[in-house]
Ligand binder design. Structure first.
Ligand code: GLN
Length: 447
């Protein structure tokens, strides 16, 4: 209950939570105590966590950061939520996020911006900003996040915590409200790679309820920790150290990579020539998928319903206009445009072709190296409001994270130092398909 109190008290400063569920948390904690008393020794039994408010939780509202779902109570639990429940973890509530996970600063949330605990005038990153801020403020030891184009790694970097975007298909998307289904992946956020591995032990696994879940999704992540760095081949792509990268970030990240070299790793140059196209490719494909996924919010079945409509057509239009914020509306418009007859070939098909090239870049690189390292973000956390009027500037916050989602490979962000102003900086470790265990182990070695 002290934890719950602290979560509540921190709301004024951080606004990291959308819902704090005291009663159900205490009930779960009592159940965990009972299991413990009966000799249950599950490693995460009784450990508190909170979920990004994109994961459906039965009997408790799930808002996805949107007015559209501000009153929505899911009739079922997401697979991820269920798995943590079974493991005996105690869920304290639901964490703030950008509306429908669209954003890089947590400023698009209907429930207000989240602030960065390291500097309350700065953003925590997004879209899993509530998760990152709560962890950084030591309000929680563990949280869930989702990553469609960087939403676990970028806020982890901005807040000085660790987050893993798993290989696509290792974590079930069932009950995780869809943004761009071919890119969305849930993952753990915590204080360390070792903690992320413990969470992945529970979180990952095949799920018949998600058709894109991989049959071999499960793994023994924590068992793979403590591995040696000797002989490791690290690819360092020059495309990740070019224009737009803050020199302080470059220096801190290079120093972290040098740590691995001192432990016996070797550096090999690799090229990701199509990374320059990653952001533009993503901002065709992700809105296209979003426009389709979000068409279910019609004001009839379970979302916000406008009170001022005269007929059905207007009810749809008005409910969606009132329920969605400006960034979500922008994505739906862009998505409908790129999918429309006449533009499909020029945009959507082209973007699919670029996606294949980006995937191919990684395939070629991973023929030469075991992992790829670089910065997670081009700059440390920026000021609240600094980019909210300029969507393209906001989109560029993800230049180093998006290609990973387009390829479907795993990547970890871990804190590796600070800027002179005292803001955390993240190192990104990318791995080949199913190298989640490897990159967690390498993060753990550094920590
Ligand atoms: N910032 C990116 C976007 O707004 C990525 C978000 C995400 O990963 N969910 O789409």
């Amino acid at each position: 209950s002290t934890l719950l109190q602290r979560l509540r008290q921190a709301q004024d400063n951080l606004n990291a939570c959308i819902t704090i569920s005291e009663e159900s948390a205490l009930e779960q904690a009592r159940a965990a105590d009972q299991r413990r008393a009966q000799g249950d020794s599950a490693p995460l039994l009784g450990v508190p966590l909170a979920h990004k408010d994109i994961f459906c939780t039965r009997g408790q509202r799930t808002t996805c950061g949107s007015k559209m779902l501000a009153e929505f109570v899911s009739p079922y639990d997401a697979t991820v939520v269920q798995r943590f429940q079974k493991a005996g973890m105690v869920s304290l509530g639901k964490l703030n996020m950008d509306e429908f996970a669209m954003g890089s600063s947590n400023e698009t949330s209907f429930f207000g911006a989240v602030r960065n605990p390291w500097d309350l005038t700065r953003v925590p990153g997004g879209s899993s900003g509530g998760s990152a801020a709560a962890l950084a403020a030591r309000l929680l030891p563990a949280a869930t996040g989702t990553d469609t184009g960087g939403s676990i790694r970028q806020p982890a970097a901005f807040c000085g915590v660790t987050g893993l975007k798993p290989t696509y298909g290792r974590v079930s998307r069932y009950g995780m409200i869809a943004f761009a289904s071919s890119l969305d992946q849930g993952g753990p956020m915590a204080r360390s790679a070792a903690d992320c591995a413990l969470l992945m032990d529970v979180m990952a696994g095949h799920d018949a309820l998600d058709s894109t879940s991989h049959p071999q999704a499960a793994g023994r992540f924590s068992a793979a920790l403590g591995r040696s760095v000797k002989g490791l081949r690290i690819g360092v792509p020059e495309e990740f150290f070019g224009e737009g990268l803050d020199p302080e970030v470059a220096q801190v990240v290079q120093e972290a990579i040098q740590w691995y070299v001192r432990q016996g790793a070797e550096i090999r140059p690799v090229h990701l020539p199509n990374n320059v196209h990653a952001v533009s490719t993503y901002y065709v494909l992700a809105p296209a998928e979003a426009s389709s996924n979000l068409s279910r919010f019609d004001g009839i079945r379970y979302s916000h319903r406008s009170g001022s409509s005269v007929d059905l057509q207007e009810l749809y239009l008005q409910s969606r206009y009132e329920g969605f914020g400006p960034e979500v509306r922008r994505r739906i418009l862009v998505g409908s445009y790129v999918l429309s007859a006449g533009y499909y070939d020029a945009y959507y098909r082209k973007a699919q072709q670029l996606r294949a090239l980006i995937r191919e870049d990684f395939r070629r690189a991973f023929a030469e190296v075991d992992v790829i390292m670089g910065p997670t973000t081009p700059t440390p956390a920026f000021a609240l409001g600094a980019k909210s009027a300029d969507p393209v500037a906001m989109y560029l916050a993800d230049i180093y994270t998006i290609a990973v989602n387009l390829a479907g490979i795993p990547a970890l962000s871990l804190p590796c130092g600070f800027s002179k102003a005292g803001l955390p900086i993240g190192l990104q470790i990318m791995g080949n398909y199913f190298a989640d265990e490897l990159i967690l182990g390498l993060g753990d070695a550094y920590q």
